[in-house]
Design a protein around this ligand. Structure first.
Ligand code: ADP
Ligand code: MG
Length: 366
C-alpha cells in the first residue's frame, strides 16, 4: 500500500548442481493486466524456454481478455450486461475463478467481494478527480454490491446477477489466478523450475537447480513516501528488473525461500487518492463502499497464487486482528503484516509464518 509499488522483490541465483548443469536461466517480460509479468525459468535451451514462456504469456493474455472490466466485450463484462435475474452459462475458467471468489467471500464474511465493481468505479473516478465520490452516487452503487446477490449454479455452470446494475470486478484475484495458470502451462511444457511475478503476486514452481527455493523478498514500503502522480509502472519495472535491491530502495524486511508456493502483497498504495489529508486505497470495504484508510501492508504465503492474491485483499479489508484470525483458521496459509502507526512501523506474523523457510537459514545450513 504505502509508497512505491511492488512490495515483493525476487532474486535468483545462477549456481548449478550436476542435476541442473544442463539447464540455463531465462527471463521474459510482457505487460498484461495493467502490470508487467515476468517469467523466470530454467530450460535446456532458448527454443524450449521461448516456446514455453510464449504459451504461458498466451494463457495470461487469454485470461486477461476474459476477466478485464476495461473491455465491454470481455466474457465478464458481457455477463454483467445481461438482464438481472437471468442465469448465464460461462466458461470453465470464469466459473472457477468466480467460485473461488465466492468461497472467500463467505469465509471472510464479505470482506472479499467481487461484486464491488460499482463502488470501485466510483473510486477510480475519485482518483482521477481527487474528489470524494458524491454520497448519493455511493449509496446508489452500494445497492448493487454484495456477494449474496451473485448466484452460482455449479451443475449448470451458470452465473446469475440478481440485482440491477451489478458489476463484477476480478482485480483482487485475477493476477494471482493468471500466474497460477501460467505456471501450470510451463509445467505442461516440462519446465517446472519457474517463477512468475506480477507486481505484488508471485507464483513459484520447482526451485532453481541446486537451490532449495526461490528467494523472495518482502519489501518494507510502509514508511516510504509516495504521491498520487508517481509513475508506478516504471518504479515497478525497475524493482522487478533488479536481481538485488537497489541502494535507494527501502530495505527488505524478510527474504523467504519458496518452492511450489506463492506469495502476494496487498496494499502497496500503488493506486490511492489523498483527499483532505486522508489516503484512500484502491481496495474498498464492501460494507461501507469506502477505500481503506488503514496503513497496512499484507503479505500472504500459501500454495497457490490465486489464494495468496485474494486473501491478501481480504485481510487488508478485515484489518490486523480479524485478518490474522482468518489466516490462522486456514491450514497452509501464513501472513506477514506491516502496520504504520504514526512514524513507526510495526510487524505482525501469523503463527504459521515462522515455518516458511528463510533464505538466510539456508545459507547458514550450507
Ligand atoms: P493489487 O491489484 O494492487 O495487487 P489487490 O490484489 O488487493 O491489489 O486488488 C485490488 C483490486 O481488487 C482493486 O483495484 C479492485 O479492482 C478490487 N477490489 C477492491 N476492493 C475489493 C474487495 N473488497 N474485494 C475484492 N476485490 C476488491
Ligand atoms: Mg489481491
Amino acid at each position: 500500500m504505502f509508497g512505491l509499488l511492488a512490495s515483493l522483490v525476487w532474486q535468483t541465483g545462477c549456481r548449478s548442481t550436476p542435476a541442473g548443469a544442463d539447464l540455463h536461466r531465462f527471463e521474459f517480460k510482457q505487460p498484461h493486466m495493467g502490470t508487467l509479468f515476468t517469467i523466470t525459468l530454467y530450460a535446456p535451451d532458448e527454443t524450449r524456454a521461448r516456446g514455453a514462456s510464449d504459451a504461458a504469456f498466451a494463457k495470461i493474455a487469454a485470461l486477461d481478455r476474459m476477466m478485464t472490466d476495461y473491455d465491454p466485450e470481455s466474457e465478464l463484462m458481457l455477463l454483467c450486461q445481461k438482464p438481472a435475474g437471468q442465469p448465464v452459462r460461462v466458461s470453465n475458467e470464469l466459473f472457477d475463478v468466480l467460485q473461488k471468489s465466492q468461497r472467500l467471500a463467505e469465509l471472510s464474511d464479505g470482506a472479499f467481494d467481487v461484486t464491488v465493481g460499482p463502488v470501485v468505479r466510483l473510486w477510480r473516478r475519485a482518483r482521477r478527480t481527487e474528489t470524494l465520490p458524491p454520497p448519493e452516487m455511493l449509496a446508489h452503487a452500494r445497492a448493487a454490491v454484495g456477494y449474496k446477490k451473485l448466484k452460482l449454479d455449479a451443475r449448470n455452470q451458470t452465473v446469475t446477477l440478481t440485482v440491477l446494475d451489478m458489476q463484477l470486478d476480478l482485480g483482487g484475484i485475477g493476477k494471482g489466478y493468471a500466474a497460477t495458470k501460467a505456471l501450470e502451462v510451463l509445467k505442461g511444457h516440462g519446465l517446472p523450475r519457474a517463477l512468475i511475478a506480477a507486481s505484488g503476486d508471485i507464483a513459484a514452481g520447482d526451485p532453481p537447480p541446486g537451490r532449495r527455493g526461490w528467494r523472495v523478498g518482502i519489501g518494507n514500503l510502509v514508511g516510504t513516501r509516495s504521491t498520487a502522480s508517481q509513475n508506478s509502472t516504471n518504479e515497478l519495472r525497475t524493482r522487478w528488473n533488479a536481481s538485488l535491491p537497489r541502494e535507494d530502495e527501502p530495505p527488505l524486511s524478510k527474504t523467504l525461500l519458496l518452492r511450489n508456493a506463492a506469495a502476494s502483497t496487498s496494499g502497496d498504495m500503488e493506486q490511492f487518492v489523498e483527499i483532505d489529508g486522508r489516503r484512500y486505497s484502491h481496495i474498498v470495504d464492501p460494507r461501507t463502499g469506502v477505500g481503506l484508510t488503514e496503513r497496512l501492508q499484507v503479505t500472504i504465503i500459501a500454495k497457490s497464487a490465486t489464494a495468496t492474491d485474494s486473501f491478501a485483499t481480504a485481510v487488508s479489508v478485515l484489518g490486523l486482528e480479524r485478518g490474522l484470525v482468518l489466516v490462522e483458521s486456514q491450514p497452509g496459509l501464513a501472513a506477514f503484516i506491516l502496520r504504520k502507526n504514526g512514524g513507526q512501523t510495526e510487524t505482525f506474523e501469523s503463527r504459521g509464518f515462522k515455518n516458511i523457510p528463510r533464505a538466510n537459514a539456508e545459507s547458514l545450513a550450507r
